[in-house]
Design a protein around this ligand. Structure first.
Ligand code: SF4
Length: 371
């Protein structure tokens, strides 16, 4: 049977079949991806999340060439926020109805595990209703090395202090030949998988992520998707807990050392990989469109290429925006709702588990002169 027919029937495609999708006309792959999206996620709705990014420190020793965010500790604009400063940002999020923070920094050798535990306790005591999804596998690996403790112990202590989950970032392309050509000190694939599996084993949240544009081809993109799919299969079977959703975006290189040396990815490649991901990841229902890297119009188009979610408001995104100044990095609820309505769907606010928690009054919201 033809590979697209098998995909349309919801059958699981294997490696070579997924690579074959990259050779098929995009419109045909997209049609299958969209049909699967309508089956696997709320068919009428496109969801969004109100959240805030907080970057508690920009000090990092890993030195990825595609990162314009990090600083060495001696640079004049290196910073680490105080607990009070982080707390004020959480209060601002609550003021606009948000209940979730995504908090990441770099691998900062000056911050002991107790600093992170103290921060989590400080925030949970003052903002008990706000979820804290924080720290990339790279940061957890840094804490393993700093403390000599295994990831399970580090994560257990952070969970006891108030950590709800991890953002699931830093996956980029989980093929070491690709990731280490761009960033030799970057967390290896095996460690990324090991640490995220510990997160899931402890019953915590993680997103599955992917970043294209590092010079990888269809084979490596498929390899990445298979790493995620296998981990999801294993986590659901062994721990009854898996990735809550999938987010794909493109490498932002403009202000980085690797600008002009890594190819990045076009909108066509983005939409193509989004559609292939919808077909490949038959065990993850929620797939985000990335308006922060692709802009609103491509993100609207993505809603017909497998995505069922418009991501989040991302108040104060600093990491991606440091690498590129040409696309907006935060949005109001009204702007997101407008994009969803214009694309032909019903907007709905969700939680991190892709459960709908509220439907906005679209007429009132779009008639409002502000916000
Ligand atoms: S991407 Fe993350 S790990 Fe790499 S340099 Fe930037 S902050 Fe550090």
């Amino acid at each position: 049977m033809d590979v697209l027919d098998r995909a349309a029937r919801g059958e699981r495609l294997e490696r070579e079949e997924l690579v074959e999708l990259y050779r098929r006309p995009l419109a045909e792959v997209a049609a299958v991806a969209h049909a699967l999206r309508l089956e696997r996620a709320h068919p009428d709705h496109v969801t969004y999340l109100i959240d805030r990014n907080i970057n508690y420190s920009n000090v990092c020793t890993v030195g990825c060439g595609y990162c314009a965010f990090y600083r060495t500790r001696r640079q004049p604009d290196a910073y680490t926020l105080s607990y009070e400063e982080v707390g004020r940002k959480v209060a601002e999020l609550e003021a606009v109805g948000g209940k979730r923070i995504l908090m990441q920094g770099g691998v900062n050798p000056d911050l002991p595990l107790e600093w992170y535990e103290g921060l989590l306790r400080y925030l949970k005591e003052r903002h008990p209703d706000v979820r804290i999804d924080a720290f990339s596998p790279e940061e957890i690996l840094g804490l393993e090395r700093l403390t000599g403790m295994p990831a399970r112990e580090v994560l257990s202590r952070l969970k006891a202090a108030g950590l709800d989950g991890v953002p699931g970032a830093g996956a980029e392309i989980l093929v070491d030949r690709i990731r280490h050509a761009a960033a030799p000190a970057r967390i290896p694939t095996a460690d990324w998988v090991r640490i995220v599996e510990e997160v899931l084993a402890l019953g915590m949240y993680s997103l599955a992520s992917m970043v294209i544009g590092m010079g990888e081809g269809p084979e490596e993109r498929v390899e990445h998707l298979l790493v995620l799919r296998e981990l999801q299969d294993r986590a659901l079977a062994q721990y009854g807990n898996g990735f809550s959703g999938f987010a794909l975006w493109t490498m932002q290189l403009e202000n980085t050392r690797l600008a002009g040396r890594l190819p990045g990815a076009t909108a066509h490649e983005y939409l193509q990989t989004l559609a292939v991901a919808r077909i490949a990841l038959d065990n993850i229902a929620g797939h985000q469109a990335s308006w922060p890297t692709m802009g609103f119009k491509v993100a609207q188009t993505a809603l017909y290429y497998g995505a069922n979610d418009f991501g989040s408001t991302m108040l104060e995104e600093n990491v991606v925006s440091a690498a590129s100044g040409n696309v907006r990095r935060s949005a109001t609820v009204r702007e997101i709702v407008r994009q969803i309505v214009e694309a032909g769907f019903r907007p709905a606010e969700r939680n991190v588990f892709y459960e709908i928690v509220a439907e906005p009054d679209v007429d009132a919201l779009l008639a409002s002169p502000v916000g």
